[in-house]
Ligand binder design. Structure first.
Ligand code: CA
Length: 90
């Protein structure tokens, strides 16, 4: 999108809605977004991780908390750690 280009429409939660406004791009950053699933969920290798700016939005599109520096876009990557279970006889 061009710097200063007007927004014409956007998608969200299955809705197509129209918005107005102007985007001003500063500190442009490029990289692989590593999109997964429906297209705005980012993967653990995404260049968008921690590249957003705080905008007073504490949760992402899915309701997950924004952690540390916000990730770019609608999704905040959530890393799950799975610990192994060891069974032992006493
Ligand atoms: Ca983050």
């Amino acid at each position: 999108m061009e710097n200063g280009a007007p927004l014409s429409r956007a998608r969200g939660k299955g809705w197509l809605f129209y918005v107005t406004g102007t985007i001003t791009v500063t500190n442009a950053y490029t990289g692989n977004p590593d999109f997964v699933f429906e297209g705005f969920t980012i993967g653990v290798n995404s260049a968008a991780i921690n590249r957003g700016v705080p905008a007073g939005v504490s949760r992402d599109f899915y309701g997950d908390l924004r952690v540390g520096a916000p990730d770019l876009g609608a999704d905040e990557v959530v890393l799950n750690v799975f610990l192994p279970i060891t069974l032992r006889d006493f």
